[in-house]
Design a protein around this ligand. Structure first.
Ligand SMILES: [Zn+2]
Length: 203
């Protein structure tokens, strides 16, 4: 082994080790992958793995189902917390984004893509709207009973029909912040892995 090293240094062939499989690469032939020096075969296997990360149409459909389930469950939990405590804890909205993203990720089979990010984001908004609707109905039902002697339940068509025009009145500046946090949480869970082949600047 030591003899080889001597010969190489005499021939002035510098070798670097692949940072993934430790095999030797001739200097100059190494590939930079997210700032690491890797060999060609490692680069190929990583690219292959990333191809498997991309969802097919069935993964996408299941991702939509998972997102909707996550939206319903997390929307119910958030509204439940508000109803139980009589206090709207805004940052729970981040949990809506997280659970929705988790639903998309789990049912899509752990796939990641921009399309799944969009699915997660849309369903997070649905989850937040479900929570807002339950809060809206929860406070309005007793008012209708008292003032109009009208018995409404959570699925009352009148309540549902007046929700869109009232939801904007229920929203404040903080809600916008929670929506952004919920969306970015959902978005990051499904973010595709990025490969960067740029040579680091400090080399
Ligand atoms: Zn390698």
């Amino acid at each position: 082994m030591s003899e080889e090293v001597v010969i190489e240094s005499e021939e002035n062939v510098n070798q670097v080790a692949c940072q993934l499989c430790q095999s030797e690469i001739e200097e100059g032939a190494e590939i930079f992958l997210n700032g690491n020096k890797v060999c060609n075969s490692c680069k190929n296997s990583i690219e292959q793995e990333l191809k498997e990360e991309i969802p097919n149409s069935q993964n996408l459909i299941m991702g939509c189902v998972g997102g909707l389930l996550g939206a319903i469950v997390s929307g119910l939990i958030w509204a439940g917390i508000v109803v139980a405590t009589d206090y709207e804890i805004g940052y729970v909205a981040i949990g809506v984004g997280w659970l929705t993203g988790l639903g998309v990720s789990t049912l899509s089979g752990g796939k990641k893509s921009q399309s799944l990010q969009i699915v997660a984001a849309i369903n997070s908004v649905i989850g937040l709207l479900i929570a807002k609707y339950i809060m809206f109905a929860h406070y309005l039902i007793p008012v209708l009973k008292k003032q109009e002697n009208y018995d409404a339940d959570y699925f009352d068509p009148i309540l549902i029909s007046i929700f869109p025009e009232n939801v904007s009145l229920m929203l404040n500046g903080f809600d916008a912040l929670w929506v952004i946090l919920a969306l970015s949480t959902a978005y990051s869970i499904l973010a595709p892995t990025k490969l960067d082949f740029d040579k680091p600047v400090d080399e």
